[in-house]
Ligand binder design. Structure first.
Ligand SMILES: Nc1ncnc2c1ncn2[C@@H]1O[C@H](COP(=O)(O)OP(=O)(O)OP(=O)(O)O)[C@@H](O)[C@H]1O
Length: 274
């Protein structure tokens, strides 16, 4: 098994609950992402986040991103573990938040200017354009970029203006196989760029997402002792998987391994059942 240790927490959800108009959507969610440290590696964190349609994944993402306050509980982010504020966490939604009337370089500059002084912002943007192979496209407008280029730009934008933690909402949906490989590569790049970079991937593509992740969270319903389904979805301890501990994280060819495929089938059954 690949040697690793978990160090300080980077994201902590403490008894997070949410209701809308008296309907409990999320109930008492407690979960944590800690800094993964591997010898001689810059290793960020990847959490795969699953749950059936309509169960509350987007609601939890907005709470983690500090965009919606929870009805109860707290979200703490970063090495300082301070309560999350809007803007601390990048959220890459399917509708990319690029401004259509600005060039790619201007879009990124706008994002970087929220974190850095003008000189530093210019340098950061140049470095990100280079890293994400977007330098030749810097003067194009979003409508002139391919889907993959836009996806890379949206991820770069969120990394530039947030603080190491980004949430990707369905990054693989509607993409062809080559594009899926491209997005996988970007996610790997992001997590090997900086030790503290943490990516939470919300996806219905269980195999692709699990292959990239070191941790999984499964949002589901629990039953009480009498077998009654409790209101609101939660991430029970049984549904927080440490893939690194299971020996299933960080293998480039993990999708070809029988043990991985058995686990993915088990997971799918678990998702169907909850
Ligand atoms: N602003 C809101 N007001 C009232 N109800 C809401 C609001 N936002 C979300 N909900 C409800 O919360 C529940 C969870 O919605 P959410 O969008 O988080 O599901 P999801 O797991 O992301 O689904 P999908 O996988 O289909 O995107 C739904 O029943 C939804 O109607």
């Amino acid at each position: 098994m690949t040697p690793y240790v978990h160090k300080e927490p980077l994201l902590t959800l403490d008894n997070v609950s949410m209701s809308y108009n008296g309907e409990v959507v999320l109930r008492d969610i407690s979960a944590q992402v800690c800094d993964v440290v591997r010898p001689h590696m810059t290793q960020g964190q990847v959490v795969g986040f699953y749950g059936r349609s309509g169960i509350g994944k987007s609601v939890l993402c907005r709470i983690i991103a500090g965009l919606t306050p929870p009805a109860a509980g707290t979200v703490k982010v970063g090495q300082e573990q301070r309560p999350v504020r809007a803007g601390d966490v990048g959220l890459v939604q399917q509708r990319y938040p690029l401004f259509n009337h600005r060039t790619l370089a201007d879009n990124l500059l706008l994002a970087a200017s929220r974190q850095h002084d003008p000189d530093r912002a210019q340098r950061e943007v140049a470095a990100f354009l280079d890293r994400f192979r977007l330098t030749p496209h810097r003067q194009k407008y979003p409508a002139q970029l391919s889907g993959g280029q836009r996806q890379r730009a949206a991820i770069a934008q969120q990394l530039l203006c947030s603080d190491h933690l980004i949430l990707l909402d369905e990054p693989f949906s509607g993409l062809d196989v080559a594009m899926i490989d491209e997005v996988k590569k970007i996610i790997l790049e992001v997590t090997t760029m900086d030790e503290l970079n943490t990516v939470v991937i919300v996806s219905h593509d269980i195999a692709t997402t699990t292959a990239l992740s070191d941790t999984l969270w499964l949002l589901g319903y629990e039953r009480d002792a009498a077998g009654q389904v409790l209101p609101g979805a939660t991430i029970s301890k049984d549904h927080q998987y440490d893939l690194a501990g299971m020996g299933l994280a960080w293998h480039p060819q993990v999708e070809a391994e029988p043990e991985f495929n058995r686990f993915v089938e088990e997971l799918k059954n678990e998702i169907r059942a909850v």
